[in-house]
Design a protein around this ligand. Structure first.
Ligand SMILES: Nc1ncnc2c1ncn2[C@@H]1O[C@H](COP(=O)(O)OP(=O)(O)OP(=O)(O)O)[C@@H](O)[C@H]1O
Length: 286
């Protein structure tokens, strides 16, 4: 039996994994829960009836055809957008509507400030909340923030580049910097939107190792969008496939995507990782 046939989710039912089913049997709320979530922009339905429960510490990889709403879902998790309908809950409460330090984010590009040094890029996040007016700390507090920033930068392999500017860094180094910038704030959730999409395969491997090391150390809850299925299968504890289950060729905007496969990943499943070839091709296409 293939992985595909083991995990067909009935179209009318919310996707449930082993862990989410177990979670639903307990009285404690899931860390993150989407209940009947919709996102519509005018007459464009992007997401419809999306249901999911995610426990704290899970590493979810999100895959799906281009334009099916993966980034939209991340933006809602970040608090940049509100759902048009349904609920998005954090520990059973509505997720805060504004981005905050509990949620770190890394995009494919442009996550870092080009006019700040590597050290300042990371120290700024620590300094701003403690000195919102001046934007800068002084004395011991400043030293402490910069030491902490330097520590994280050393961890991600940028200890030698503290005084460089992002333009002097390679793509992989810039993404290391973006990750340091996000994790220095000690978020509970890390949202990654194709963070390694622009990197060469060899560099990507190094980044995977770094990300897994950070995740294992911090046990952050991770949501990572990727078009690379092998990355999706090998990095996560859970692979979420976004897809439309209804299509109307006369009205292509009328129906949105939801999570059609919710695949818990373990060693055995990684080894036989596969999705239907037509779906795999759509996910890989940009
Ligand atoms: N603010 C907005 N207003 C109108 N349409 C939007 C808005 N944000 C996103 N969309 C549309 O919603 C759809 C989903 O976009 P989204 O970026 O979430 O898809 P995606 O699955 O992340 O795609 P990709 O894999 O190509 O990055 C697209 O058709 C996009 O044009």
């Amino acid at each position: 039996m293939t992985l595909f046939s083991q995990h067909v989710v009935p179209l009318s039912e919310p996707a449930m994994t082993d862990s989410s089913a177990a979670a639903s049997g307990t009285s404690t709320a899931a860390f993150i829960e989407a209940r009947n979530l919709w996102q519509e922009y005018g007459d464009l339905v992007v997401l419809e009836r999306l249901n999911i429960k995610v426990d704290e510490g899970e590493f979810c990889t999100l895959v799906g055809a281009s334009g099916c709403g993966k980034s939209t879902f991340l933006r809602m998790l970040l608090g940049q957008e509100r759902p048009s309908r349904g609920e998005l809950l954090l520990n059973g409460q509505a997720l805060p509507n504004e981005p905050d330090p509990s949620r770190g984010v890394v995009f494919q590009r442009y996550s870092v400030f080009p006019h700040l040094s590597v050290l300042d890029n990371v120290a700024l996040g620590l300094e701003l909340p403690r000195s919102p007016v001046l934007g800068r700390l002084f004395g011991a507090a400043k030293r402490e923030a910069r030491e902490r920033a330097a520590e994280i930068l050393t961890k991600v392999g940028l200890g030698h580049a503290l005084n460089k500017y992002p333009s002097a860094l390679s793509g992989g180094m810039q993404q290391r910097l973006a990750i340091a910038q996000a994790v220095v704030m000690q978020p509970r959730m890390l949202l990654l939107d194709e963070p390694f999409g622009a990197l060469d395969p060899g560099i990507r491997k190094d980044m995977h190792a770094l990300l897994l090391e950070l995740w294992q150390e911090t046990r952050l809850t991770v949501f990572m969008v990727t078009h690379d299925l092998s990355e999706g299968f090998s990095l996560g504890t859970r692979l979420l496939v976004f897809d439309k289950v209804r299509h109307d060729p006369q009205a292509p905007n009328a129906y949105g995507a939801r999570i059609t496969y919710d695949i818990p990943l373990n060693e055995a499943r990684r080894a036989q990782a596969q999705l239907p070839s037509e779906l795999a091709e759509r996910i890989a296409a940009r």
